[in-house]
Write a protein that binds this ligand. Structure first.
Ligand code: ZN
Length: 214
């Protein structure tokens, strides 16, 4: 099973990905992790990537593509994988098609108001960095971290205006990919508007049904 997971900020993709890889016994491949592993092991590609990152530049497609290609060739990917964070662009998608046959692309969606509600409720401790949520993971005392007693605050990134902007940018960047995979008949979409904490099992059942129906 070879899956690509797409999803905007605040949609909960990471959590669903974790459950999917467990159930289908496949590997969760995130580009962030591939980068860190290559840089840590100081591979040729890792050194190349690091030189761009250190210079404050974007790592070019060709380096990212080579790293992913290299990773997917390894033995532990034989049973399949879930790709997270790749491809991001049409050239990356075209390159991927030359070295791997993807079974499906799952686009996790949620209404914008719901994403804004979720993300804007997030609070972070200034001292220890623990994340809370004013509805889902409340602190015992409002504004005070349960772990260390520090003050909790809302990141600028989590303010409704910034979230709207992030969603807009995400959609602009991703819509070509969505169209690309739709045309290939690989796109599956699922809208998750319910609160994850309250209905995790039913959400996961819907996702597994979608995958099993493939
Ligand atoms: Zn704290």
């Amino acid at each position: 099973m070879k899956i690509i997971a797409l999803g905007s900020p605040g949609v909960g993709k990471g959590t669903y990905a974790t459950e999917i890889v467990k159930r289908y016994n496949i590997l969760h491949i995130s580009t962030g992790q591939i980068f860190r592993d290559n840089i840590k092991a100081a591979t040729d590609l890792g050194k190349k990537a690091k030189s761009y990152i250190d210079a404050g530049k974007l790592v070019p497609d060709e380096v990212t593509i080579e790293m992913v290609k290299d990773r997917l060739k390894q033995e532990d990917c034989k049973n399949g994988f879930l790709l997270d964070g790749f491809p991001r662009t049409i050239p990356q998608a075209n390159a991927l098609a030359t070295f791997s046959d993807i079974d499906m692309v799952i686009n996790f969606k949620a209404d914008h108001e719901i994403i804004i509600q979720r993300l804007s409720g997030r609070r972070i401790c200034r001292k220890c960095g623990t994340t809370f949520h004013i509805v889902n993971i409340k602190t015992k005392i409002e504004g005070v971290c349960d772990v260390c007693g520090g003050e909790t605050y809302q990141r600028d990134d989590d303010k409704p205006e910034s979230i709207k902007e992030r969603l807009k940018v995400y959609e602009q960047q991703t819509s070509p990919l969505i169209g690309y995979y739709q045309e290939k008949g690989l796109l599956r979409e699922i809208t998750i508007n319910e609160d994850f904490g309250a209905s995790k099992e039913s959400i996961m059942a819907r996702i597994f049904n979608l995958i099993d129906a493939n």
